[in-house]
Design a protein around this ligand. Structure first.
Ligand code: GTR
Length: 390
């Protein structure tokens, strides 16, 4: 049935296009003081920053970068991983501040045959740690590391629990209480999704130091809640060449104003520790948001962005995700004059569209991240990087 992830609680939810309320999206090209933004200079020096502050204050909270020290410790290494196809490094990223420290374990498989430095895909993993088993005794489609390596990409991942538990009772226990306790007091303080984005940025800090990795050709990938975090990562941190949102839905790629499937009230009720406190003001009042999610996509420009949906994942609103991509990438087209455009109509399932600056596909099936999705991401990256590995 289509109602793939029906709601556990009482609030009504809508899966009918005819019941989507009329809405007007905030204009990415009009600054807070009413000025029309038309140049790269105005975009980069004014509007993009304004947009990031809006998301910080109203949706995700701040992402502090301050620290006293960061160390990369090679915890283990295997030059013959994946039957000799990959070099495995497990790196402990240790970040300290005010005498306290937190360690994030990064798993990294580097293809041995492929030219170096290798481009890299980082997955923000929020699911069962088995998905990212570094021994590869368990191999899951969620992170098909062998297939990634086989195409000449390094496959990297970390688990969100090292940064902030995906749990309302314990999310504060890692970086929030230890490194950034002041964030817990703020109405626009960092919460779970912001902490996961922080984790992805630390992985990038590491990539920049590893001569086997081409940090200039890095993609950040997340599924669902991880996709919300990957968009927030790529919007703020311009070091990522590609930002990929897989089935990210409400609070990710989907337009909040459509109130289709999961709504702002619903997500704030079920997952109160993901977003900053201020986001609660918009429960049932999406039209009052000074932004919508297309502006998060816009903040990624001119770097590439990929939004993927699944046909049966109506809860995540595939159409709302596409519209966000369509409207957000106006910045790529109109400010950066990049070639190619999306059609106004929602593409059919399994008809990927890969433009020079953005990609989209709808996989047939349910809410998930699968080898099919990964193949599309690698096709897109290979085209973007001029990489002949298909
Ligand atoms: C759902 C939630 C979504 C999405 C998803 C997931 O239940 O409503 O916002 O994040 O979980 O992460 O799989």
């Amino acid at each position: 049935c289509l109602l793939s992830r029906p709601a556990s609680s009482q609030e009504e939810f809508n899966y009918e296009e005819s019941k989507v309320p009329a809405y007007a999206l905030p204009d990415p090209f009009v600054s807070l003081n009413g000025k029309l933004i038309g140049s790269v200079q105005e975009w980069e020096h004014q509007r993009r920053h304004e947009i990031l502050r809006l998301f910080e204050d109203h949706v995700y909270g701040q992402v502090p970068g301050s620290m006293d020290n960061m160390r990369f410790i090679l915890a283990s290494e295997d030059g013959e991983a994946m039957n000799g196809d990959a070099h495995l490094k497990e790196i402990d990223i240790e970040v300290s501040r005010n005498g306290q420290s937190v360690t994030v374990r990064l798993i990294l498989f580097i293809p041995k045959e492929a030219p170096k430095p290798a481009p890299v895909f980082l997955l923000i993993n929020h699911r069962d740690p088995e998905n990212i088993d570094p021994t590869r005794k368990v191999k899951m489609g969620f992170w098909p590391a062998e297939a990634i390596v086989d195409r000449g990409y390094a496959a990297a991942t970390f688990h969100v629990m090292d940064v902030s538990d995906d749990n309302n009772e314990t999310f504060q226990e890692d970086i929030l209480e230890t490194l950034y306790p002041e964030q817990l007091e703020k109405k626009n303080g960092m919460r779970g999704l912001g902490a996961w984005a922080w984790g992805a940025m630390r992985a990038m800090d590491y990539f920049e130091t590893d001569p086997m990795i081409d940090a200039g050709k890095a993609a950040v990938v997340g599924h669902s809640r991880g996709g919300k975090a990957s968009l927030w990562t790529g919007a703020q941190d311009s070091r990522w060449a590609i930002t990929i949102s897989n089935n990210s839905g409400c609070g990710g790629a989907a337009l909040s104003r459509r109130r289709f499937g999961e709504t702002v009230r619903r997500i704030n009720t079920n997952f109160p520790y993901w977003f900053t406190d201020n986001f609660n003001q918009y429960n049932g009042k999406e039209e009052l948001l000074p932004l919508d999610q297309h502006m998060l996509i816009a903040a990624i420009a001119p770097r590439a962005v990929y939004v993927a949906s699944a046909s049966e994942d109506q809860w995540a609103d595939p159409k709302g995700e596409y519209l966000s991509l369509f409207h957000g990438t106006r910045v790529h087209r109109e400010i950066y004059q990049m070639d190619g455009g999306f059609s106004a109509d929602l593409p059919h399932p399994e008809s990927p569209v890969h433009l020079p600056y953005a990609g989209h596909h709808i996989r047939a099936g349910k809410h998930n991240l699968t080898p099919y999705d990964w193949e599309q991401y690698m096709d897109f990256a290979s085209k973007l990087f001029g990489f002949s590995n298909e």
